[in-house]
Design a protein around this ligand. Structure first.
Ligand code: GCU
Length: 671
């Protein structure tokens, strides 16, 4: 039947090979679960649904196995028990024992994650006999951040409107809320911030809290907690106070009362996400107070409960002489050690804003006493919206594997974020969601892979981009081995191709103003200097790029000496980062043997050509992929192809005015 992508990676279509199906069925004759909690009930019913689809059989669920064998037992084993000793609270263990498969963990949520892991084995056609699969999540707070507004629009959302129908809540519950929770639980996501960081104060009203509570009720059986973004001056705008000064006793009382009210309707409320004193959003600095003052006030209000504060570090003041790259570091570093123990500071992967490639944010490794949470962006704000195919796992991995050298070699960003480097007591990773009301959730079907990859990496950052792509393709698109290979190959190259035809060699922030789509490197007028694109590329008759060494902004000095060395000279700096740190002469000869100008333009041309290659690759998988999905992706690739040429021609022609050099010979022919 036609597949519109709605089922994501939870497809559970019948396994065609009867021998394999029978083999699985012999190990899955029954499900035994003492479904004492709603989450365990979810695990049992998800397993039953999955097996029904994959095996074409209705598998009975019993309260216990008794003396029966050949089934699957879901059970919570409180420690100390040899099976679960080495696991954390959400970690699972799947073992084959006495001819049964036992899925266990210390909590019901752990068993739920183990259940999805077992289903994944079947979906990807792996063996389920003699199993020992053990896995614990490496970070605790694995969250989606929705930039969804009360009016149903989504900031930087490209897949339709918001999933949340505020005007129908709490009375009507869209069935989609549950499907959303299923998808997230299956990849280990355990929390969701449902409203935009540019927050409406309405979410702090009783009217809206009831709506949010209704969502929380749907998500709870999937182990997912709800969080809210906070409008910092809410005590004034909805509370009627004269001030929102975080040190004012009345303001503090207002927040304490508000938190109490929230927990009375959402007993497992997750906490607050805050964008303050950033891009015009109000914050504690409006009252002469610091980020720490603001965050700590909210943390104190949350003190009697489980909730946490995630305070965002995305700040940059309009400073014509400054370098935006340094802003967050300079504002936050002095407060290391001064945050309440319930505060996480949430830092974007790079210092500017979700560009196709950024050096890791210099705060990572520099805040040993403040739990730093990673913020990745799944929605493709700067990566071609829902028309360009960009598989983001390689981008996430590149940041996570970057070495900060904060405590010598091997001090990767991943180790900062998972708490192992500095011993953070709480850890987290957030992904700005790419979901919306489109039938296939993410607009571009391939965008589903970014949601999937984020969840998998938040659980275990040591997974490879390739392994994640392989799983996702098999679960979502096809199990045909040749097609799997072709599609994963395409995915793995997609981000580099996009970088080549839009932002080669580390040039950045040259996209369409405001909309962040298409090329606009010529932008030299904007309300703020750091919103002008000439500020970032700095092209002139000599060369191009932002000198961030000691002769320039010296942003490099924010990194450890080892990192400075790695990026500090034009000769040493890896080409993908070159124009992030250096103003390079057009005539400079690079390690490829080409001059900078020739390399730069060659990348634009080969990048655009590669989109044709992507189209050819995709054409080959036609017989193996559902026609509806095949056509959807093929259509989007055709747009991408056209727009890759738009990017290439716009950028090459614009920069040629400065370089005054010819387009390299192989590319001179007109299209
Ligand atoms: C980007 C994005 C904004 C968003 C901001 C943020 O600047 O364009 O729409 O609000 O990031 O992360 O707060």
């Amino acid at each position: 039947h036609a597949d519109d992508g709605y089922r994501l990676w939870l497809k559970y279509d019948l396994i065609k090979d009867a021998a394999r199906r029978d083999g699985y069925a012999r190990s899955a004759q029954f499900i035994a679960v003492n479904a004492s909690s709603p989450i365990l009930q979810t695990a049992a019913s998800e397993l039953q649904t999955g097996l029904q689809g994959l095996l074409g059989k209705s598998i009975p669920v019993n309260p216990n196995a008794g003396s029966r064998t050949g089934g699957i037992i879901l059970s919570v084993s409180p420690a100390p028990n040899a099976d679960v000793q080495t696991l954390n609270n959400e970690g699972y263990r799947i073992v084959s024992r006495q001819n049964n498969i036992i899925v266990t963990g210390k909590t019901a949520a752990a068993v739920l994650y183990g259940t999805f892991a077992l289903l994944r084995q079947l979906q990807t056609l792996q063996p389920i006999t003699n199993l020992t699969l053990t896995s614990s999540p490496k970070v605790q707070y694995r969250l989606l951040n929705h930039w969804d507004n009360v009016n149903g629009t989504i900031e930087r959302g490209y897949a339709g409107s918001s999933l949340w129908k505020w005007y129908e809540l709490p009375e009507r519950l869209d069935p989609r809320y549950r499907d959303y929770a299923r998808a997230n639980a299956s990849i280990g996501i355990n929390g969701t911030v449902v409203n935009n960081v540019n927050a409406s104060p309405r979410f702090m009203t009783g009217e809206y809290l009831k709506k949010v509570a209704a969502l929380a009720n749907v998500f709870r059986p999937y182990g997912i907690k709800v969080y809210l973004s906070v409008y910092f001056p809410a005590p004034r705008t909805v509370g009627g106070l004269k001030t929102a000064d975080p040190l004012d006793p009345q303001v503090r009382k207002w927040w304490a009362d508000k938190v109490k009210e929230i927990y009375s309707v959402i007993p497992d409320f997750g906490g607050f996400l805050v964008k303050a004193n950033s891009e015009g959003e109000p914050g504690p600095q409006d009252y002469g107070r610091s980020h720490a003052d603001g965050a700590n006030m909210l943390a104190e209000a949350l003190a009697p409960y489980d909730g946490v504060v995630m305070w965002r570090a995305f700040v940059y003041k309009a400073d014509p002489k400054g370098d935006r790259f340094k802003a967050a570091y300079e504002e936050f570093k002095p407060y290391d050690g001064q945050f309440n123990k319930k505060v996480l500071v949430q830092v974007k992967n790079g210092p500017i804003d979700f560009q196709v490639r950024e050096p890791f944010h210099p705060m990572f490794g520099a805040m040993p006493q403040t739990p730093l949470m990673m913020e990745f962006q799944l929605t493709q704000e700067y990566l071609g919206f829902a028309t360009h195919m960009v598989y983001e796992a390689p981008l996430f991995k590149e940041t996570l594997e970057s070495d900060t050298y904060a405590k010598g070699k091997g001090s990767t960003v991943a180790k900062v974020v998972d708490g192992s480097l500095h011993g953070y007591p709480i850890t987290g990773m957030a992904g700005v969601a790419n979901t919306g009301s489109d039938r296939n959730w993410t607009g571009h079907t391939m965008g589903q892979a970014n949601w999937y990859a984020f969840g998998r990496l938040a659980w275990d950052h040591s997974l490879t981009s390739e392994a994640i792509a392989d799983e996702w393709v098999k679960m979502t698109l096809t199990r045909d081995p040749q097609a799997v290979k072709t599609i994963t190959g395409l995915m793995l190259r997609s981000r580099e191709i996009y970088a080549n035809y839009t932002n080669p060699l580390g040039v950045h922030h040259i996209m369409g103003y405001g909309i962040h789509y298409g090329p606009e490197p010529w932008l030299d007028k904007a309300p703020r200097p750091d919103w002008r694109h000439t500020y970032y590329h700095r092209a002139d008759s000599v060369g191009i790029g932002f000198d961030r060494t000691a002769t320039g902004s010296n942003a490099l000095s924010l990194y450890t000496p080892e990192v400075q060395k790695q990026w500090g000279t034009m000769e040493a700096c890896p080409l993908p980062y070159l124009l992030w740190f250096h103003h390079v002469p057009w005539t400079k000869r690079l390690s490829t043997g080409r001059t900078l100008w020739d390399e730069f333009t060659t990348r634009y041309y080969t990048g655009a050509d590669s989109v044709r290659w992507m189209q050819q690759q995709w054409a080959q998988v036609k017989p193996a992929v559902d026609p509806e999905i095949f056509n959807d992706v093929a259509g989007r690739l055709a747009v991408q192809q056209k727009e890759a040429i738009w990017w290439r021609d716009a950028c090459v022609l614009y920069f040629q005015q400065f370089a005054r050099r010819p387009i390299p010979a192989p590319f001179k022919k007109p299209e």
